[in-house]
Design a protein around this ligand. Structure first.
Ligand code: CP
Ligand code: NVA
Length: 316
């Protein structure tokens, strides 16, 4: 990067990566959500991303992440380059490190969706511009920013509230654990033992003072919860590894249906990051029912990511 560009981007300060919620202080995450709220209310002045170019790289399919980032960046006045790894040299063996060094000469930030968290870590290590995690096999922090925003819009401050997860201890569940530590809510996860989230992540969250409870009983998890969350039984990284079949048997008792939801608080909201597999992890009745906020949640990806982007670029 030229000296001139460096000075424009704030000298030699390390880039503000958005990789995992656990890497960031609660106050920083709160600031992003404040900006997200202002973005949603139309209170952001001008085109703060004018003159900025952002690369969005997808190694896996996406509807919400792709469209919300692309539209959000354009609404803020920025340019966007959307890439699939299969069309990039990254997809045929160029290293994440070399890719990071090259893209840092062209763009002001990089968002990556990958099926291997090591790739985004490597990319971030070598990029001189911010790298944003658009989902890995073990995390989905942008989703959690939208989820916390959505909860608070509907039910007020999330700190001290009980959120229940039923289903697979997957990437989204793992970001929920990080979010419980960062935003101060109690998280009860019901998963089959084989699909429980990593013990070291739970230990990390508890060491941070987070209230994270694990059970195999979905009724115990959702009891009196203000929010019940689930996600697909077969994540994209599981399809690749051919682990789909046995998951259906393991996860059937964890379905989010009306009889399970009855055990939650009467005003509990229902969230799902989508895409949903209706009739599997969630029934139509719940997904389309009065407690579901799943489409607000999807919309909030657009607003929450504006908060993330403006923070990452040092503009908020
Ligand atoms: N929730 C989510 O990340 O959706 P997409 O896979 O469509 O981006
Ligand atoms: N757990 C899902 C989330 C999709 C947004 C997956 O990784 O496929």
């Amino acid at each position: 990067m030229s000296a001139m560009l460096k000075s424009v981007r704030g000298g030699d300060a390390p880039p503000r990566h958005f990789l995992e919620l656990m890497d960031l202080e609660p106050a920083v995450l709160r600031r992003m959500l404040d900006v997200a709220g202002r973005a949603k209310r139309g209170e952001l002045a001008g085109k703060p991303l004018a003159g900025k170019s952002i690369a969005l790289i997808f190694e896996k399919p996406s509807t919400r992440t792709r469209v919300s980032f692309e539209v959000g960046i354009r609404q803020l006045g920025g340019d966007v380059v959307v890439l699939s790894t299969k069309d990039m040299q990254l997809g045929r063996g160029e290293t994440p490190a070399d890719t990071a060094k090259v893209l840092s000469r062209y763009v002001d930030a990089i968002m990556l969706r990958t099926d291997n968290v090591q790739k985004i870590r490597e990319l971030a290590k070598h990029a001189t511009v911010p790298v944003i995690n658009g989902l890995t096999d073990v995390s989905h922090p942008c989703q959690l920013m939208a989820d916390v925003m959505t909860f608070e819009e509907h039910r007020g401050p999330i700190a001290g509230q009980v959120v229940a997860w039923t289903g697979d201890g997957n990437n989204v569940a793992q970001s929920f654990i990080q979010a419980a530590a960062r935003f101060g809510f109690t998280l009860r996860l019901a998963t089959p033992p084989e699909l429980a989230p990593p013990a070291e992540l739970i230990a990390w969250a508890r060491a941070q003072g987070a209230k994270v409870e694990l059970t195999q009983d979905p009724i115990a998890a959702v009891r009196d919860a203000r929010c019940v969350v689930t996600d697909s039984w077969v994540s994209m990284s599981d399809e690749r590894e051919g682990r789909a079949e046995s998951r259906h048997n393991l996860l059937a008792p964890y379905q989010l249906n009306t009889s399970l939801l009855k055990h939650a608080a009467p005003d509990a909201i229902v969230m799902h990051c989508l895409p949903a597999h209706r009739g599997e992890e969630i029934t139509d009745e719940v997904m389309d029912g009065p407690q579901s906020v799943v489409f607000d949640e999807a919309e909030n990806r657009l607003h929450a990511q504006k908060g993330v982007l403006l923070w990452a670029l040092g503009l908020a």
